[in-house]
Design a protein around this ligand. Structure first.
Ligand SMILES: *Cc1c(COP(=O)(O)O)cnc(C)c1O
Length: 434
């Protein structure tokens, strides 16, 4: 460890503290916690300025599905960069965007045939809800205005996405500015879905859409709900002819072991939101997929168009990388490698479940999670104590309050996964058992 690198590291951290405003970070943490100064990242590993290596246990915030620095993704990015990087997506089109749409549709749940590009998951959700709302406004059913969601929902941090998400520590202060959405109620998510279904059966005529994170809520703490209920929700939304929007920003691209969480239930929504894994977590690109019926509702004169767009719609670099991601899934059988790794996650969850003070240890595909101690919400400190214990052992495990979890690349080397899970178990034991 040279003094040069130490000095450089210290200067960088000082500059960060002087000028940066960090996401989800109190000034207390910003100033009090030493960040990992990343200089390189490969596979599940982050390497810092001092040459130390850390396993990235939360997968670059749940988007790094193929590992850092994947050679094929780097190649696709440079090849595209040599041609062109970005052009407006108005009056122009290009191979990366058009081909990616075609290839996405080919792997999407049946019937989704149209792709609208944006640049983050929040936007993908907002666009889906705008589409659903506008559809009914201009197709003879203007009374369909309500949007139903689930308790604990998280669909992003922009105003529309916050309005559609459960009130949380993140959004409570903005409540006066949010538009109304309605959440199902009940003891647990399955009961809330049943409540939504009852509501739809009684008042479905006034509902524009139901928006859910299918089978697994991410940010509320990796909460499962059942395949049966997703099927029921699809049946009931169809029966009352309203739209089902599945937010697969987190669950998509194999996170739960199938390409889409919807695939576990053989359910095809009317609208599907994808982001995070779409570029293997390399570039900000998002997509909202819709059925032909939905798209048809926007045919006609100019006033019927969806008047929504972002500067970086259809970004060529993102789209080129997205195509390569799909090629890697096909050619390297990424989903085929999940069961072996998912079994390790499941075994860890089972062992964690028998540690005193651990509640509801669980896993689903490539996600493992456990709640620690008594329920304390997002600001509980047990999760952060596990984080600190894990960091000393060489892994970064960002918690969701007192929920600890791992979200690692689908193709993580088994030895690396075994190491990460050992660190998770040892760190939980250190904090809870001492
Ligand atoms: C992360 C996430 C979002 C928001 O995506 P951003 O790219 O952070 O805006 C939306 N929905 C779900 C389910 C997510 O996990």
């Amino acid at each position: 460890m040279s003094t040069d690198s130490e000095r450089e590291r210290a200067e960088l951290v000082a500059s960060d503290r002087r000028h940066l405003w960090r996401p989800y970070t109190s000034s207390e943490d910003h100033e009090g916690r030493d960040p990992i100064v990343v200089v390189r990242a490969e596979g599940p590993w982050l390497e810092d300025a001092d040459g130390r290596r850390f396993l990235d246990g939360s997968g670059a915030w749940w988007c790094n599905n193929l590992g850092h620095g994947h050679a094929r993704l780097r190649g696709a990015l440079t090849r595209q960069a040599e041609q062109f990087m970005h052009v407006s997506f108005a009056g122009t089109t290009h191979a990366p965007a058009a081909r990616l749409a075609e290839e996405l549709v080919a792997v999407a749940p049946e019937g989704l045939s149209r792709v609208f590009y944006t640049d983050c998951g929040s936007a993908a959700v907002e666009v889906a809800v705008k589409i659903a709302f506008q559809y009914w406004q201009q197709n003879g059913r203007p009374e369909r205005r309500r949007v139903l969601t689930l308790p604990g929902a998280y669909h992003g941090d922009t105003f529309g996405a916050m309005s559609l998400s459960a009130v949380s520590e993140f959004s409570a202060i903005f409540e006066p500015l949010l538009f109304p959405s309605e959440r199902g109620e009940g003891d647990g998510l399955d009961a809330a879905v049943d409540h939504l279904c009852d509501l739809l059966e009684a008042e479905g005529d006034s509902v524009a859409a139901v928006l859910v994170e299918p089978l697994l809520q991410g940010a509320s703490g990796m909460r499962r709900w059942s395949v049966d209920r997703l099927r029921r929700l699809r049946d009931v939304t169809r029966a009352v002819d309203t739209f089902l929007i599945c937010d697969e920003v987190f669950t998509g691209f194999g996170r739960t072991g199938r390409m889409w969480a919807c695939d576990h239930a053989d359910v095809a929504p009317d609208l599907l939101c994808s982001a995070k894994g779409l570029t293997g977590g390399m570039l900000p690109l998002a997509a909202t997929l819709a059925t032909e019926r939905v798209f048809d509702g926007f045919r006609g004169d100019k006033r019927r168009a969806l008047m929504h767009g972002h500067t970086f719609c259809g970004n060529a670099l993102g789209a080129a990388v997205g195509r390569e991601v799909l090629a890697i899934y096909r050619e390297e059988d990424i989903l085929g490698g999940v069961p072996e790794r998912a079994a390790l996650l499941a075994a860890t969850a089972e062992r964690l479940g028998s540690v005193a003070g651990v509640r509801g240890a669980r896993s689903f595909g490539m996600v493992a999670a456990a709640d620690l101690g008594a329920a304390e919400g997002y600001h509980g400190d047990l999760g952060w104590r596990v984080h600190d214990a894990a960091l000393r052992r060489g892994a970064q495990l960002r918690p969701l309050g007192n929920t600890v979890y791992t979200v690692v690349p689908l193709n993580i080397a088994v030895a690396d996964l075994v190491q990460l899970l050992a660190i998770l178990e040892e760190s939980v034991a250190e904090v809870l058992v001492g």
